[in-house]
Design a protein around this ligand. Sequence first.
Ligand code: GRF
Length: 189
Amino acid sequence: MRIVVLVSGTGSNLQSVIDAVASKQLADVEIAAVGADKHGTYGVERSEAAGIETFVVNFKDYEDRGEWNHALTQKCQSYQPDYVVSSGFMRIVGEEFINAFDGTYINTHPALLPSFPGAHGVRDALAYGVKVTGCTVHIADAGVDTGPILRQESVAVLDEDTEETLHERIKVVERRLLIATLGDLARNK
Ligand code: GRF
């Protein structure tokens, strides 16, 4: 099963997928490429260190979102992936992308959707005062963190938690859930 992974930042969740493929835990998964929406992400650096092809479709290089979305769609399609995986990719893709990867665009989110969607799911859950949050792996549709849910797991919020400590604990679960989901998809392909 060929995947393209999209990142915008650290790429620690991506690293867990790279490691799972290398260790044959995800024996049937091949990371065809890793892409980012801006230059200088550690996620791309990690990928290059692992010998994985990378690309950047730099959001700032395009006059408008539609042109960027078109370029990203074409670039991802050029790898003919079975799935595109957003792992800390912080851009909302447009209709053309969603249509091109209808039902095969996977996203991870650090909250129990539909609660706390958007770019600050961990901060919003903490601010709300929930005692339990978690993470979600879902098929992304044209909305923001919407679409059919594939896996979820809860993570307790501790009294002393900060956004950072809570997010790190969520990511540990998120990595495990993402790898399990990719394993499911590879088996059912
Ligand atoms: C993950 O929690 C992801 O769900 C969210 O941003 C975080 C990315 O972390 N959108 P990393 O870049 O994989 O370390």
